[in-house]
Design a protein around this ligand. Structure first.
Ligand code: SF4
Length: 361
């Protein structure tokens, strides 16, 4: 076996599957006694580094991923976990770039390193257990009982993370609590004048550099923000079906599932679609939701991001959208209050008429 693998250290790029799956990876690797080295948080340098390796028309998340692999290599970590997540349910596939991530990375980063590249492909009956066995084998671990326990440890952290996000705890806080096995403080649902749902992949939305901190920016504008992490998995699936659509992509629940859930519950004042420029699946999903928003007169803005997106233009569009939502809400409230005023005037008039004609007791 390779000498480095005896060190039992694995590098995990803080990109793509990290954003949804890290609580599981953390519990799993820790239980097996494998130390995790994370790449740094995304910076402009990491993005630029990734862009040097990947052709320009590739989507931003893949360029960012390559930048994180380089960051790990520069830190001296040369065993890197690059999973190939093909499908998460029978015929529910990921996009070709996520499926072929190990191939892309191997072909573009011409440096010496060991890649751990397990496959998850439920369409082909390759499930999470196979994925975990393949990963552990690289470190010389073949004890299935131990691997099963490590999976259990992964699920336990993952489920506590999910429980916290679904109860409204912000992503970073829920992640830190779950990893440190802290129980979460009860959240108080603060009522805000406006609320929006952001339909976006976790790797675009929760990477603060990529999303330009959109959640915090909206909160500063006094807007309540909902994301895919607030929606239970089954409800996201049933919401897609209730709109008469079918789930095709593995990560569709983060976009159509989430937006559909809030559209059907009539819980938000607007929808923000945040996607990477050049992403084929996202453009189809945004089109689908735009259609349903139009039918319900629900405002939607589509913000696309790439490595050149400037913060000033991004904020201007966001502010203009929030202004428009505020004007719409104000006019709806004014109409409602006019209607109420008219109704009370009518009631008063009926009462007075009854008094005058002596029919009132
Ligand atoms: S879903 Fe879109 S943004 Fe995500 S990796 Fe695939 S092409 Fe890129």
């Amino acid at each position: 076996m390779d000498k480095k693998l005896l060190n039992k250290k694995v590098g995990i790029p803080r990109a793509i599957s990290y954003y949804n799956n890290y609580p599981f990876y953390y519990g799993f690797f820790n239980h097996l006694g494998i130390e995790i080295v994370l790449s740094d948080k995304t910076t402009t340098k990491i993005i630029n580094e990734g862009c040097k390796y990947v052709v320009s028309d590739t989507c931003l998340p893949v360029k960012v991923y390559a930048g994180h692999v380089v960051n790990l290599l520069d830190k001296g970590c040369d065993v890197i976990f690059v999973p190939s997540i093909q499908s998460t349910n029978y015929k529910i596939n990921n996009c070709s770039k996520i499926r072929g991530l190990p191939e892309i990375i191997r072909n573009v980063i011409n440096r010496e390193f060991i890649m751990i590249e397990p496959t998850l492909d439920k369409t082909e009956n390759i499930d999470l257990k196979d994925f975990c066995i393949e990963t552990a084998r690289v470190f010389g671990i073949s004890d299935e009982k131990l691997i099963k326990e490590a999976m259990k440890a992964g699920w336990s952290i993952y489920n506590s993370f999910l429980e916290m996000t679904q109860s409204g705890i912000p992503y970073q806080e829920a992640l830190a609590n779950a990893l440190n096995r802290n129980s979460a403080k009860k959240t108080i649902d603060i009522v805000k004048p406006l609320s929006v749902v952001i339909m976006a992949h976790g790797y675009n939305l929760f990477d603060e550099r990529i999303s330009m901190n959109i959640i915090k920016k909206l909160e500063k504008m006094d807007v309540k923000v909902y994301t895919s992490l607030n929606v239970p998995h089954e409800k996201a699936i049933s919401s897609i079906h209730s709109l008469g659509e079918v789930q095709y992509w593995a990560n569709e629940l983060e976009l159509t599932g989430t937006a559909a859930y809030y559209l059907l519950n009539n819980k938000v004042d607007g929808v923000i679609a945040l996607s990477a420029f050049g992403c084929g699946p996202d453009s189809l999903m945004v089109d689908e939701i735009s259609y349903h928003c139009k039918e319900r007169s629900m405002p939607l803005i589509h913000l696309t991001i790439d490595e050149h997106t400037g913060e000033a233009g991004f904020v201007t569009r966001l502010e203009a959208f929030v202004d428009m939502l505020m004007r719409k809400k104000r006019s709806q409230l004014e109409k409602k209050s006019d209607k109420l005023e008219k109704q009370s005037a009518e009631i008063l008039k009926i009462r007075n008429d009854k008094v005058l004609t002596g029919t009132s007791k």
